[in-house]
Design a protein around this ligand. Structure first.
Ligand SMILES: [Zn+2]
Ligand SMILES: [Zn+2]
Length: 344
């Protein structure tokens, strides 16, 4: 695999540069993956602002292009996805398959090692997962979008008669809806967000939309919920106002599941809503590899509906536009394809 490949760099202050790098060759235990698609992620906001020392992108899917020594388990041409974190494989958590809880976590793809906004990427063999015949665009959704959503919900263990409120309808919040409906059999799902485009997607997936005025998050939700309180609130924003709303609208004995990544310190006032109520607070980060097979089976079974989560596709040359649309709340999941030249 000689020659050069196109890669993207975040140069800081929102700068996105498309440049070239030699195509790397896989060392012992490594695979070279030819990238078909890599997803945009809300977690990249700070990376865009501050710049990253490596090639960004951590939600990639493609095909095995070359195998290093001792990395022959997946033949060239296999469709694969790449897991975010380099887990140690020997700590107690890893031995249980809880790889997202690894206590000796190594590098994160796209943050500390070159990631998927490139034509090719190298990854240690144990971070590369086969997806069988599943198309690689749906493979991307098996990572952050549905993988993270699924893990959060497995921790919350929803019952089929429970009510769920989702605060934040980015790709992960939206991804929770089909899982709640088809995997857990839940009928009553409320989805709150300021973006009308995202609410439309949520409604299409079967949730009751709640338009949010960001100046009055709790009040906006109250206009729809009234006195109703829900069994589970999924906080998928990471803001102070949405956290307060999550605590307000969970019923006594219910669960608040925290998936959002706060962009700055959250100052939480334990006011009466919080003090005078039993509830559990569950934090959820990414997902363990042992859940991947069941997640892939779900995606295969619900592929028509799940494909609808992907609303936009761009090539490297239009990534600035892609982030504007994504951060502006005008999209569902956005995929970047190194060889994609079509319109969004
Ligand atoms: Zn992500
Ligand atoms: Zn470990």
């Amino acid at each position: 695999m000689d020659g050069y490949m196109k890669v993207v760099r975040f140069t800081g202050k929102g700068g996105i540069l498309v440049t070239e790098k030699p195509v790397p060759s896989p060392g012992t235990g490594e695979l070279l993956v030819k990238i078909d698609w890599c997803g945009l992620c809300g977690s990249e906001r700070a990376a865009l602002e501050n710049g990253v020392a490596v090639v960004p992108g951590h939600e990639s899917a493609g095909t095995v292009a070359a195998c290093g020594d001792g990395a022959n388990a997946l033949p060239v041409g296999s469709r694969v996805v790449i897991y975010l974190s380099e887990y140690c494989r020997c700590c107690e958590a890893c031995r249980e398959g809880d790889t997202n809880r690894c206590t000796r976590r190594g590098r994160l793809m796209g943050w500390h090692m070159d990631g998927g906004f490139a034509e090719y990427v190298l990854a240690p063999m144990h971070m590369v997962y086969p997806i069988g015949e599943l198309p690689t665009d749906l493979g991307v959704l098996a990572l952050d979008t549905l993988g993270t959503a699924f893990h959060a919900l497995r921790q919350a263990e929803p019952g089929s008669r429970e009510r769920v409120l989702i605060i934040g309808c980015g790709p992960i919040g939206l991804g929770c809806i089909p899982i709640l409906r088809h995997f857990y059999g839940i009928g009553q799902i409320f989805a709150a967000d300021p973006s009308s485009a995202r609410l439309k997607l949520a409604e299409g997936l079967g949730a009751q939309p709640i338009p949010v005025d960001p100046e009055d998050t709790s009040g906006s939700i109250g206009k729809v919920l009234g006195e109703t309180r829900v069994d589970i609130v999924l906080e998928v924003c990471g803001l102070e106002a949405t956290t307060a709303a999550a605590v307000k609208y969970v019923k006594a004995g219910g669960k608040v599941v925290y998936i959002g990544e706060p962009k700055k310190a959250l100052h939480i006032q334990r006011e009466s809503e919080w003090i005078l109520k039993d509830f559990s607070l569950i934090n959820s980060w990414y997902f363990p590899v042992r859940e991947i097979q069941e997640n892939l089976a779900f995606i295969r079974a619900q592929r028509g509906e799940i494909m609808g989560l992907i609303t936009h596709r761009y090539g490297f040359d239009r990534m600035g536009e892609a982030y504007d649309a994504f951060f502006g709340g005008r999209t569902g999941k956005v995929l970047i394809g190194p060889r994609w030249e079509g319109r969004a």
